[in-house]
Design a protein around this ligand. Sequence first.
Ligand SMILES: Nc1nc2c(ncn2[C@@H]2O[C@H](COP(=O)(O)OP(=O)(O)OP(=O)(O)O)[C@@H](O)[C@H]2O)c(=O)[nH]1
Ligand SMILES: [Mg+2]
Length: 257
Amino acid sequence: MPEPKSLVLIPSYDSGAKLMETVQAARAQWPDVWVVVDGSTDGSDAPVREAALSDPGLRVFTLPQNSGKGAAVLHGLRAAMAAGFTHALTMDADGQHPASLIPAFMAAAEAETDAMILGLPRFGEDAPQLRVRGRKISNWWANVETLGLGIGDSLFGFRVYPIAPLVRIMEGNRWMRRFDFDPEAAVRLCWAGIRPVNLGAPVRYLRPEEGGVSHFRYGRDNMLLTFMHTRLVLGMVMRLPWLLKLRWSAGREARRK
Ligand SMILES: Nc1nc2c(ncn2[C@@H]2O[C@H](COP(=O)(O)OP(=O)(O)OP(=O)(O)O)[C@@H](O)[C@H]2O)c(=O)[nH]1
Ligand SMILES: [Mg+2]
């Protein structure tokens, strides 16, 4: 792999005032921060565009129509790869993720360039129990689909991905464009032999009066996740011999350490 070169990538769909705060917090921690505005109509991108005019470390991309989180991330990843970046730390635009941990996550990615660094969420009192319990189901399935290769949390979007393998995977299938992006990316990267490294990170759930926005729709997005896990289980069965081999060598590696 070439010398690691990393950026922060923020997909944003109608994130309100939190977008600018998130961008400022990320820029304070990292020299390259790119935002992909995913067909937003709430005007939240205007101050970011303004700031980008005088800040060469900040770039803003715009998708004319809302295309989904995964599609927004893919747009940014392609541009980042063309600009010579090797790793992307994705973070949500809505103030839920800890910008202060960007350097630690980037350092972990540089220490192991062919791994992915997955945030392991530490929930506070503010986290809705329905969401906390719900994700255990997705995590359980992700572990089945990877034969327990070590995905700590399947859904948390604060992660460092190696760009080239992720783009290859996304261009090879038509899914992973919406809310199904984060879990499917982790599972398919595991299948491709990318080792997951789990690092703890606090997650906040902001109330609407604090500027919190969520586009998660319980029925719609859980349907999407159910369909996603169905195809991932089928994918796992089709790759079983290869995955058993991968699991065996991961176990041997862990015993050696
Ligand atoms: N849901 C959604 N998010 C998008 C879309 N495009 C970009 N995003 C961004 O993807 C990130 C995650 O979206 P959220 O709706 O906050 O999803 P989440 O954080 O998993 O759900 P909550 O925990 O309820 O906030 C945010 O930065 C969004 O702005 C889209 O079409 N739909
Ligand atoms: Mg969110």
